[in-house]
Design a protein. Structure first.
Length: 452
C-alpha cells in the first residue's frame, strides 16, 4: 500500500497578523510545519509534497530537502491547493493523505488509523472529525438520518441548525488516489470565492458513495492554528503532552504548568525539574540532576548528578557532578568538567574549567583553559579583550587565584602558582610561584630587593 502525503502550507495566515508565514511560527521551539513533515514521514511512502504559496521562499528554505514542493500561485482555497499538487503527486500512490500545516498536535498513530480505515473500505475518502463544544470556526460535519456523513458545511455558509452541530471537520483526510484528482476538478467556487476541499464530501455522496469519518478521541490533536490565541492553546497542550511523557519516563516535575521543554530536549531518569524552568533546543540532561527553579537552558549538554539553580546556560557542556548557581551564566563554549563548582554571579564563555575547579563568586572567565582543582577567588576577571582581539588565558593544575585578580590575556599561569588579592597579572607566571601587586611580580624577588 503506497501513501503520498500532501501538506497544505500556502495560505497567508491573515488571522495571525504577522510578517512571518503562519506555518513558520514556532511551537515548542519548532516551526509549525515541522510537525506536519514529521507526520508525513511516518505515514507516507515517498517524500511528502508541500504546497507553498504565501511566503514560498521562506517556507522552502525551512523545509530544505525533506519534501517536494508544489506551488499554488493564488490562494484560491484548500481544494485549489491540493489541485496544485496534482502534477507532482497524482497517480504515484494508492492513497493520498492531505493535512494542513496548521494542525501540529495530530499524532501519527491517529493519521495512520485514518489511512487504515480508508484502506479497509471502498469509499473514496475517510476524514478526521472531532466532537467539541467549542467549534472555533471549524466546518460542521453533517450526517444523514442513518448516521452517515453527507456534507461538511463551512461556518460562513452554515444554517443556524448546522451551526449548532458539534461534530467538526478536523482537516485531515485520506483519499483514494484514483478518485481524488478527477473529483477535484468538479469542485465549484464557493460564495466566498474559494474552492473548498470539504466540498469533496458532497461530491462523493452525490455519486452514491459512502464517506467514512474517524472521530478523534483526543481533542487536543485537532487544534488548528488560525490565530495567536490558538497558538498559545496549542503551546499549552503540547507542553502538557511533553511534560506528561517525561514524568511517565521517570522525571520529577514540581510544577509542570511552569516547566517549558522543547520537543527536542532529552532528560534522564530521576532528574528533578523545579518551577519556572525552560529547557530549549538540543539540550540533553543526564540522570539524577536537579534543575531550577528559575533556570533557562539552551542547547546544553548536562551530565549526571548536576545541580543547576537559578541560572542561564547557553551552548555549554557540564560533565557529571557539576553544581552551579544561583545566578550563574554559561555562554557559548563553556565546558565545566566533573565536579566543578560555580557559585553566584559568575560568567563563563569559550572556556574549559578542569575537574574539581571552584569559582565561587563574581567572576568572568572568557577564552580560558583552566586545569584541575583550581581555586578562582571572588571577583577574578580574565581581561580577554584588548578592544580588537580576544586573547587566551592558560591556568595550570592546583593554581590558587586570589580574590579580585585581573588576568590580562594573553597570559599563562603555571601549576600550583598563586596570585595575591588584587593582583593585576600582565606576564606569564612560572609554576609554583606566588605573585602579588599591580602589575603582579613574584613575591620572592621583592623580598630580595628589600634585602630581607
Ligand atoms: C479548514 C476547513 C475546515 C476545517 C478546518 C480545520 C476548508 C474549506 N475548511 O478551514 O472545514 O474545520 O480547516 O482546521 O478546507 N491553504 C492553502 N491554500 C489556500 C488556502 C489554505 O494552502 O488557498 C492551507 C493553509 O495554509 C492551511 C490549510 O490550507 O494550512 C487550511 O487553511 P485554513 O485557511 O486555515 O482553513 P480553515 O479556515 O481553518
Ligand atoms: Ca486552519
Amino acid at each position: 500500500m503506497k501513501v503520498t502525503a500532501v501538506i497544505l502550507a500556502a495560505g497567508q495566515g491573515t488571522r495571525m497578523r504577522s510578517a512571518l508565514p503562519k506555518v513558520l511560527h514556532p511551537l515548542g521551539g519548532r516551526p509549525l510545519l515541522q510537525y506536519s513533515l514529521d507526520l508525513a514521514a511516518k505515514v507516507g511512502s515517498a517524500s511528502p509534497v508541500v504546497v507553498v504559496g504565501h511566503g514560498a521562499d521562506q517556507v522552502r528554505e525551512t523545509v530544505g530537502d525533506k519534501a517536494r514542493f508544489a506551488v499554488q500561485e493564488q490562494q484560491l482555497g484548500t481544494a485549489n491547493a491540493v489541485q496544485s499538487a496534482a502534477a507532482v503527486a497524482a497517480g504515484e500512490a494508492d492513497y493520498v493523505v492531505v493535512i494542513s500545516a496548521d494542525m501540529p498536535l495530530l499524532r501519527s498513530e491517529t493519521l495512520q488509523e485514518l489511512v487504515n480505515r480508508q484502506a479497509s473500505n471502498d469509499g473514496p475518502l475517510t476524514m478526521l472529525t472531532v466532537k467539541s463544544e467549542n467549534p472555533r470556526g471549524f466546518g460542521r460535519v453533517v450526517r444523514g438520518a442513518d448516521g452517515s456523513v453527507t456534507a461538511i458545511v463551512e461556518e460562513a455558509q452554515a444554517t443556524p441548525e448546522q451551526l449548532a452541530i458539534r461534530e467538526l471537520n478536523a482537516g485531515a483526510y485520506c483519499f483514494r488516489d484514483a478518485w481524488l484528482w478527477p473529483a477535484l476538478r468538479r469542485v465549484n467556487m464557493s460564495p466566498k470565492g474559494e474552492y473548498y476541499l470539504t466540498d469533496l464530501v458532497e461530491i462523493a455522496v452525490a455519486e452514491g458513495q459512502v464517506v467514512q469519518a474517524l472521530v478523534a478521541e483526543d481533542k487536543c490533536e485537532t487544534i488548528g492554528i488560525n490565530t495567536r490565541v490558538h497558538l498559545s492553546e496549542a503551546e499549552t497542550a503540547l507542553r502538557s503532552r511533553i511534560n506528561t511523557a517525561w514524568m511517565e519516563s521517570g522525571v520529577t516535575m514540581i510544577d509542570p504548568a511552569t516547566t517549558y521543554i522543547d520537543a527536542s530536549v532529552q532528560i534522564g531518569r530521576d532528574t528533578v525539574i523545579w518551577p519556572n524552568t525552560c529547557l530549549y533546543g538540543e539540550t540533553v540532561i543526564g540522570e539524577g540532576c536537579e534543575i531550577g527553579p528559575n533556570t533557562m537552558i539552551h542547547d546544553t549538554l548536562i551530565g549526571n548528578r548536576c545541580k543547576v539553580f537559578a541560572s542561564v546556560l547557553e551552548k555549554a557542556e557540564l560533565e557529571d557532578g557539576v553544581d552551579m548557581g544561583p545566578f550563574a551564566r554559561l555562554r557559548k563554549g563553556a565546558h565545566l568538567a566533573e565536579g566543578v563548582h560555580m557559585g553566584n554571579f559568575g560568567e563563563v564563555k569559550d572556556s574549559y574549567l578542569g575537574p574539581g575547579t571552584k569559582m565561587g563568586h563574581f567572576s568572568y572567565i572568557g577564552n580560558a583553559n583552566i586545569g584541575n582543582e583550581v581555586n578562582i577567588g571572588a571577583g577574578t576577571i580574565t581581561c580577554n579583550y584588548d578592544g580588537k582581539h580576544k586573547h587566551q588565558t592558560e591556568i595550570g593544575d592546583h593554581v590558587f587565584i586570589g580574590s579580585d585578580t585581573m588576568l590580562v590575556a594573553p597570559v599563562k599561569i603555571g601549576a600550583r602558582a598563586r596570585t595575591g588579592a588584587g593582583a593585576v597579572v600582565t606576564r606569564d607566571i612560572a609554576a609554583d610561584t606566588t605573585v602579588v601587586g599591580v602589575p603582579a611580580r613574584p613575591l620572592y624577588k621583592s623580598k630580595e630587593k628589600d634585602g630581607n
